[in-house]
Design a protein around this ligand. Structure first.
Ligand SMILES: [Zn+2]
Length: 394
């Protein structure tokens, strides 16, 4: 069960993994995957030492730069905390912070029962204090349009008349740094926020910005935030209320004028049931949320649980956008529209091939045997075969 939850969470965070960690990283002896799976089983059985030891064995096998490395380092840190090693826990949190891939993930320590006895510990407290002090990297994509790297998630700040629109709110502890970065480029205070989906790295700052800003999101985001949300290994993100909740719902393709800036918001559930894409027609910038990992996704756009519907809708949008559109991804570098189109074409090909396979009654293993050698990742083939009606036949 824990393992299944872990896979579900990892998929939610990193759809590119597709629930099959062996493909994420080369691991000639398969040792890393085995250790990660066994760690989850040990925790489920109440064996916290086994949980820690399997993570100790697995984490060094993850190459620096792998997108799930900070996530697994976080798990190891909490396992060290649970087994009475706060110094080791602090070291892993610090390493996750220093490697600067998804640094702000360490903020989960503040809501994680594993760390509750240690939050004031002399080694752990200073590691967590760094989060409020983070210097955010800002890239100007167009006049008044800024991409912020909020220690993991990539946000857009769009300076309007008298107010700035923020696309995604980052993790909660990043809010002060985000405000400083926006002030430093001379943009007005944040008056509006659009959340691309309900995950903590995109809505955590809502509570802070929501006191002064109007927050827009898909209605599913508000619903999700009113419930506790699973994170990893039994840790949950608390339910939200008040200013943290989006007050304006966008469920249809909508063009808004926000502080004098024209903004097109396109609901396209895939990564979650409440994803929004956001396009700025005045500057030819598209924010894809977490539906697109151009670098770490290795050749795929994540089409979610209704792949054919997703493909049809995204195809329509990509045909409409100007060729010089730049594409912001939730956790990856900015890419050109042609790169998104190429990766999307590969996704479309896979979805079409799997449709044929399912309609022909081909089992998932036979489908993998055909598509694997053509470079389609096994985890994607298995996932799509299942959600497209192929069942679990093998
Ligand atoms: Zn994200």
């Amino acid at each position: 069960m824990v393992n299944r939850v872990w896979v579900a969470v990892l998929m939610a965070l990193l759809p590119t993994v597709g629930g099959c960690a062996d493909e994420q990283v080369p691991s000639p002896d398969g040792g890393m995957e085995t250790h990660l799976a066994t760690a989850g089983e040990a925790l489920e059985a109440g064996d916290t030492v086994g949980y820690r030891d399997h993570l100790r064995a697995a984490v060094p096998l993850l190459p620096v730069g792998a997108l799930d490395r900070p996530f697994q380092m976080y798990r190891l840190a909490r396992a060290e905390a649970m087994t009475g090693n706060p110094d080791a826990a602090a070291q892993w949190l610090q390493t996750a912070w220093d490697e600067n891939i998804e640094s702000m993930m360490i903020s989960y320590a503040r809501i994680d029962p594993a760390f509750a006895p240690w939050l004031d510990h002399r080694a752990i407290a200073p590691v967590l204090e760094q989060m409020e002090d983070h210097a955010i990297t800002v890239d100007t994509l167009a006049p008044g349009v800024y991409r912020l790297d909020a220690a993991g998630p990539k946000l857009l700040a769009v300076a309007g008349e008298g107010a700035t629109l923020l696309i995604d709110a980052g993790y909660a502890p990043a809010a002060a740094s985000i405000r400083r970065a926006i002030a430093a480029v001379g943009a007005p205070r944040v008056g509006y926020v659009i959340n691309t989906h309900a995950h903590e790295d995109h809505v955590g700052g809502n509570a802070e910005f929501g006191t002064q800003a109007v927050i827009f999101a898909h209605p599913a985001v508000r619903d999700a935030m009113r419930e506790t949300q699973p994170f990893v290994d039994g840790v949950t993100v608390p339910a939200r209320s008040g200013d943290a909740l989006p007050e304006r719902s966008i469920a249809r393709d909508t063009t808004l004028s926000i502080a004098g800036v024209t903004v097109r918001v396109i609901p396209l559930p895939a990564h979650t049931d409440g994803d929004l894409l956001v396009y700025l027609p005045g500057s030819h910038v598209l924010h894809m949320g977490d539906s697109f990992f151009p670098r770490t996704g290795r050749g795929m756009v994540f089409p979610g649980s209704e792949p054919e519907r997703f493909v049809e809708r995204l195809r329509g949008l990509l045909n409409e956008l100007p060729d010089d559109t730049r594409v912001v991804a939730g956790h990856d570098p900015v890419v050109s529209l042609s790169e998104l189109r190429e990766q999307f074409a590969r996704t479309v090909e896979l979805v079409e091939r799997i449709r044929t396979s399912v309609d022909d009654g081909l089992s998932v293993d036979s489908t993998v045997a055909v598509l694997g050698p053509e470079g389609f990742r096994e985890s994607w083939v298995r996932y799509l075969h299942r959600v497209m009606g192929g069942g679990d036949r093998s």
